[in-house]
Design a protein around this ligand. Structure first.
Ligand SMILES: [Zn+2]
Length: 66
């Protein structure tokens, strides 16, 4: 589901990026809805550990929450 073209760490210029999944109690929940949280995926630099981008897996859940 990652549609970004970022392939390089902006900090250390490493190009070996990894994908991390954050689940369990770290899920992100819609602010004003009773709903199951969405898992968060992070694009991570495997050299310096910088989190370059973060995504929730079900962004549709967050419509109309503002
Ligand atoms: Zn890096």
């Amino acid at each position: 589901m990652t549609n970004s073209t970022t392939t390089e760490c902006p900090q250390c210029k490493n190009t070996e990026l990894g994908l991390g999944k954050q689940g369990g109690y770290a899920n992100v929940h819609p602010a004003n809805k009773l709903s199951i949280g969405a898992e968060v995926e992070h694009k991570i630099c495997t050299n310096c550990g910088l989190i370059i981008e973060s995504y929730v897996k079900n962004p549709q859940k967050f419509k109309n929450t503002l």
